[in-house]
Design a protein around this ligand. Sequence first.
Ligand code: ACM
Ligand code: ZN
Length: 550
Amino acid sequence: MRIVFSLLMAITCCAAASAQTVNIIPQPVSVKTGKGQFTVSPSTVLVVQDEGDRKAADFLNKYLRQYYGFSLPVKKQATKNAIRFNTRKFIRKPDNDAYSFSSTPAGVSIDGDTYEGTFYGMQTLIQLLPLTKSKSLAIPAVSIQDEPRFGYRGMMLDCSRHFFDLAFVKKYIDYLALHKFNYFHWHLTDDQGWRIEIKKYPELMSKGAWRNGTVIGRYPGTGNDNEHYGGYYTQEQVKEIVQYAADRHITVVPEIEMPGHASAAITAYPDLSCFPETPTKAYYPKECAWAGDSTGKQVVQSWGVYADVFCAGKENTFKFLQDVIDEILPLFPSQYIHVGGDECPKSNWQKCAKCQQRMKENNLKDEHELQSYFIQRMEKYINEKGKTLIGWDEILEGGLAPNAWVMSWRGEKGGIEAAKQHHNVIMTPTDYVYFDYNQTKKEDSVTIGGYINLEKVYGYNPVPKELTAEEGKFIVGAQANLWTEYVTNPGKVEYMVFPRMTALSEVLWTPLEKKNWPAFEKKLKTQYKRYDRWGSDYHKEHFKATAANK
Ligand code: ACM
Ligand code: ZN
């Protein structure tokens, strides 16, 4: 009797274990389970047709080596025990990155409509692997048809407020790849530090990349840590990141902020300010502690918005920014260049004779129109180079630049208006996808505040009801932003983005009618084990927090 009982237990237990193995996030369009399983072992061969498919094979091998301790031979053909990457060739590249995935006891085939599709199919394979380290990895027999809902699936990382080294930026890009994201928005300049080498302007690196201290604690802070802080990415390092991302089918969109959030650049080149003689300290909040030299222009040491912005009246400002763009463009193959455009106080422009003169000469009725002039002038330059400008939704004020894409962050209003004007829109509203906000009401680390829990992120639909079906097509996707005023280290980045980024991946990939919150919550338990496997930090309180917040 005992033997029968044990046998029964074993069967039940194994049935449960294999049922649990199909926990794919983002949820594919269609999953059909088959019979039996395929076992990945060191004798399994990865079959690739060409260099395009090799990216998928290389990623899989790196993953297997890192988490399971072995990798697989890559060959052009194999008769059995193979995982085949087989991107279909079309005369014209399809506009969606669909793939088919099939695993049977005989082998695995991943057939993308594009190399991207094949890469995403490989990510699905990774999610079918068991989570315990072994050299014999059984994956269930399944047949999957899949494709993304949106073409732009992004994550932003602010590397100005806090600087993250190359190794972590790569890790962040890996996280994007593992979730089938395809855009990394790299926030490279802001008031608190300039983070990209521009050879023509060396003081951006020697002065603009460093601050003499940082406020301690939540704004306005309880003091200053008096630590010299900063860093920047050399152009060689930028190229390395761009290539690393490209190998994962991720496009890096650089952001160079203008006309606001410019005080680090102004520290390097004070003439870019309307008032080069006015020290930064004069603009600095009285309640925030200051470290070191307070004369002249200084990189700021606290958070918020600063009135010392690029002067819109001087030709020199445009010469500088165009020179910067000239060095940026060859580094980033991205079609899109982000120029910020958010939170630009107009007080200096109101007082500046040169800005006022510019307004008069161009019949601009207010400083919003001057901002619009600024962005439109930069857009013209960027368009002439064959690239497309992206800006935060403030670029709508005073008139949208003709070809600009809008990132809607102050809610969805700007995005709705831009879509109605037939401009492409990336939704990134503070209400749903600001991952610097708390994810529990009981957050005990220092953060900017706010509250966006996992279910709220999961429930987000980037296409607002206010739009017609035709207008809705201008919503190209969405993105979460991680601003890093209170995110000082990689572990905190992981803690802030996980598991919300995992939820967002499903928002961006899975058809609306296939989204299912209870099913996602169930899959999350496996996802927590994946984070553990990766050695990543994450917000662990979801199940507890949802109970406590009720
Ligand atoms: C922003 O959060 N200022 C775009
Ligand atoms: Zn000015």
